[in-house]
Design a protein. Structure first.
Length: 178
């Protein structure tokens, strides 16, 4: 086995990415504090060709060198919008006919491995901050909660890890490879 070179990976450039079709998914960051996490989310959204990111509340916005450390340029390719509150973002998504789910441990949540993203034409996924998770008011506005099954002693995952796991599942479950 030989590792592929960057040329062999045949990646598109930023302009080609912007013009390409996207997976009809919006990632919503609800008051995420860590700029490294924000940058990682941008990079993951680029990898899965996600339609966009909504940055809400105290979530930092590009350009910022701390975001770029982990985004590695994905802030240039992935479209994003800022909202003063996550509730504002969710309301806009609902107006635009997105089905909105919070990624959260909650009563009656749907386990990610049982969630069928193919049932939804346009999907928005809300990820909460590192300490408090998704605000209850926001959860109340969502269609439901999706929970990532966990089996260890800890009861949470880093938000950037949660985004990666969730996007991989929802994109590849429906074979949305574009």
């Amino acid at each position: 086995m030989k590792k592929r070179s960057m040329d062999e990976l045949n990646r598109m450039n930023v302009e080609e990415f912007r013009q390409s079709s996207k997976n009809p998914i919006v990632v919503v960051l609800d008051n995420v504090r860590s700029m490294n996490n924000i940058g990682s989310v941008f990079r993951t959204c680029d990898a899965f060709r996600i339609d966009g990111i909504y940055l809400c509340g105290i979530t930092a916005q590009p350009p910022h060198k701390e975001i770029e450390k982990t985004a590695l340029g994905a802030t240039q390719s992935v479209s994003w919008n800022y909202f003063d509150t996550t509730q504002e973002a969710v309301n806009e998504l609902i107006r635009n006919e997105y089905t909105v789910f919070a990624i959260e441990q909650a009563e009656q949540s749907i386990m990610l491995n049982e969630f069928n993203s193919c049932d939804y034409k346009k999907l928005a996924l809300v990820f909460g901050n590192e300490v408090m998770g998704v605000e209850q008011q926001v959860i109340d506005s969502c269609c439901g909660c999706i929970e990532i099954p966990q089996f260890g002693t800890k009861h949470s995952l880093n938000i950037s890890v949660s985004v990666g796991i969730t996007l991989w599942h929802v994109v590849y479950l429906c074979n949305r490879k574009l």
